[in-house]
Ligand binder design. Structure first.
Ligand code: FEO
Length: 407
């Protein structure tokens, strides 16, 4: 694939990873990209690199524009290896003495990631500016978006924000720009990315968004070049507004009923809960972990007001897939959720109680105790399940959930 011109003298030279399906526990069903950008100015500057295995692809694209040895400097925005893995190899190719601009926190992190590789790191702080010739790059610290060492860059002459992980999405395609991909595709993938990667950092993201608005920077942005997925040139206000909404984690009248089942008793309860919630006018996503991945569940949870988790009891404990889901949810630190627990059992019946306790520890509001069944529930036995659904529905906001994630 050829490099792609973003604007005159700025090129996308990254890599498309059609095969990746796991990104630290997130199922990247549509693959991903690792975006790197080449700025042709008096000082030829590369912004970010790619996963190490894609170094030849990066060098090949750069070579179609300029001999890589002519690159004068590298700006490394994020030390996570999907963006920095190829850095040592790249520096070997272009000249190790060339400066690599990193954040102050980043310098230590880069050295720790590449021990024994002596690179010419230059630490910069928020507000510092790097002259390229006709253009310049202003550094904006974005700690915890997505790692402590993260930084973004703004080119005031072009109105381009190089946003690093922020505004990214995982989507492998040969189209590079947002207006070349269906809105419902980028809408879903952007939410999935936010839900699975950025949810724990909504506080720092809200602070960065506020400073971008307060400083007047937002009005100057014409293009956003993130490190994953599409370059935003047509839907900048839409994606920024999505982030402004998503950081609030406002509950909607939507419930996710997520469960696994051993001999279909817990599934019977899940089906009854979903039906009873529907009767109450709640938008319901019923998700069996036999067919749904935890990262798809997290995406659905994101704009839901309630999460109802069902687990059979296995060997006095949680069903393994539910234990894994709860661990994943705990890490994501969802806010403003209502929870409920249910599950079937044969003789000891600990699982539903454990789910109830786990959701409580995640600070979910729990409007009713867990509902459990021994063996196989009959139709008459399911009334407490319907009552649980009514308790959850009563605690949800009255207005309907926005369809299609509110787009
Ligand atoms: Fe795309 Fe935080 O790495």
């Amino acid at each position: 694939m050829e490099p792609v011109k973003v604007v005159e003298n700025v090129y996308w030279v990254g890599a498309v990873d059609y095969g990746v399906r796991d990104f630290h526990g997130y199922r990247t069903s549509a693959g991903s990209t690792y975006n790197a950008y080449l700025i042709m100015d008096e000082k030829i500057t590369l912004i970010d690199t790619v996963k190490n295995e894609f170094l030849p692809e990066l060098l090949s694209r750069i070579s179609k524009i300029v001999d890589p040895r002519r690159i004068d400097q590298v700006v490394a925005q994020h030390v996570e290896l999907d963006h920095s893995g190829a850095l040592p190899g790249l520096m070997e190719a272009i000249g190790r003495e060339k400066p690599v601009y990193v954040s102050q926190t980043g310098e230590k992190a880069f050295k720790a990631h590449f021990p024994g590789t002596e690179l010419n790191y230059r630490a910069v702080a928020s507000g510092d500016s790097l002259a390229l010739g006709r253009m310049s790059l202003e550094f904006i610290e974005t700690k915890m978006v997505h790692w402590p060492a993260s930084m973004a860059r703004f080119c005031p002459q072009l109105g381009i924000l190089f946003s690093q992980d922020a505004f990214g999405l995982h989507l492998a395609t040969n189209r590079r720009f947002d207006d070349e991909v269906l809105r419902r595709v980028w809408g879903y993938e952007a939410l999935k990315y936010f839900a699975n990667i950025l949810t724990p950092y909504t506080g720092p993201i809200a602070a960065v968004l506020k400073s971008v608005v307060d400083s007047g920077l937002l009005a100057k942005i014409k293009i956003i070049c993130p490190d994953h997925g599409l370059i935003w040139r047509d839907n900048i206000s839409e994606i920024v507004n999505c982030y402004a909404r998503w950081v609030k984690q406002e509950p909607t009248r939507k419930a996710v009923v997520v469960y696994d089942t051993m001999w279909k008793s817990t599934e019977k309860m899940a089906a009854e809960l979903a039906d009873a919630l529907s009767v109450e006018g709640v938008l319901v996503r019923r998700m069996s972990l036999k067919s749904c991945h935890r990262s798809d569940v997290a995406t659905e949870i994101y704009d839901a007001g309630a999460v109802l988790v069902g687990s059979p009891t296995l060997n006095n404990g949680l069903y393994p897939t539910i234990a894994e889901l709860l661990s994943y949810m705990r890490g994501l630190k969802f806010k403003n959720k209502i929870g409920a627990a249910f599950g079937s059992y044969g003789w000891s019946g600990e699982a539903a109680k454990m789910v109830q306790a786990a959701l409580g520890e995640m600070k979910f509001q729990m409007p009713a105790p867990e509902v459990r069944y021994m063996w196989v529930p009959t139709e008459a036995d399911l009334e407490p399940v319907r009552a649980l659904a009514r308790s959850v529905a009563a605690a949800l906001p009255k207005e309907q959930a926005p369809p299609d994630f509110g787009f």
